[in-house]
Ligand binder design. Sequence first.
Ligand code: SF4
Length: 335
Amino acid sequence: MSEPLLEVSDLQVYFPVYGKGLVPRHINDVKAVDGVTFQVGRGETLGLVGESGCGKTTTGLAVLRLIEPTGGSVVFDGVDLSTLDKRDLRLLRKRMALIFQDPYASLDPRMSIGAIVGEPLEIHRLTQTRADRDDRVGELLELVGLSPDYRNRYPHEFSGGQRQRVGIARALATEPDFIVCDEPIAALDVSIQAGIMNLLEDLQDELGLTYIFIAHDLSAVQHFSDRIAVMYLGRVVEVADRVALYETPQHPYTAALLSAVPVPNPAVQRTRQRIILEGDVPSPLNPPSGCSFHQRCPKAFEPCPHVDPALRTTKRDHDVACHLHDPALSGAAGA
Ligand code: SF4
């Protein structure tokens, strides 16, 4: 990994749950993100993958400080975001952006494309005059492959792919060096997904961007990520270099996700066995004891329901949270 631009340590986001009554009492917490640790190198893409509800979007929002974390730290370019006052946080936020999942819901239908893309320029006072702003909006639209003449049109006049390009132009307005891409192709037609992925890749090369790319399956991040973190029930269970993760997955949950990714070679595909996980992801309101995956894990053994596995480094730049890779416990597996 190159020099880290982003260092996330033991990040927690808990949402309090209150009981009924005249004076509602705090009775529990939904642990949406529960001790997440990872780093993203400068100019790299970290794929953040997991089933719906595993906390990956909440992690992305907490990294950008759009949700206040309950605990842990986010260090961006050497600065701990929790130490910043409002003004300094606002200044630093210019360097961070978010691309939303749904290009239909994320653009205000009452605003013109010019107003949508120009809004961050106004908020951060990055242009002096209206003419400057219009010029900059035109440049941004061209950068994402749209005509500057689209400035005066409205979102309903565009396809899903074009709307997502508008969302990307808006994200680039403040010249960020780090972007959280929250499932940016999930709501798009398969035929236009490749165009958006290519655009994001070209922008990364051209502008030296660093990405967290959130996705719900491993096929979406396969060719795009340098490193991949797999999340399950609010935690990172495996994080590794892309090649290592695809070739030698160490966590049974990663292996199950990978078994669903089709392989282009039909001969190899025929020999592969799909691992079907039983049951649903448990509620983060009432997570299981021990390893939170033990009720669905095909490899669970004696310590799993009782002992919570820590994320440990098993090989160079490959971390996994599973007792199978703990030398002190793995001898008991299959005994
Ligand atoms: Fe499966 Fe046990 Fe590893 Fe959890 S710790 S993933 S239950 S083998």
